[in-house]
Design a protein. Structure first.
Length: 66
């Protein structure tokens, strides 16, 4: 990713303060899960192109048509 993410300065400021480190340490799992969920949501939103439904394949039963 070439551009800085919008959350990087926010998280950096949070981790530089003493209270922020305490909160981040206490809720590290929740922060990681929230960050992952946000990334998945953002990637799905950016890549959400309408996909055409694949046409159903005709099945061949092995018998010759009459």
């Amino acid at each position: 990713m070439s551009r800085l993410h919008k959350l990087v300065p926010l998280l950096g400021g949070l981790l530089l303060s003493r209270g922020g480190r305490r909160v981040a340490g206490r809720h590290a799992g929740k922060l990681a899960l929230a960050t992952l969920a946000y990334e998945v949501w953002r990637n799905r939103r950016e890549g959400a192109a309408p996909k055409a439904r694949p046409q159903p394949r005709t099945r061949w039963s092995g018998r010759t048509p009459r």
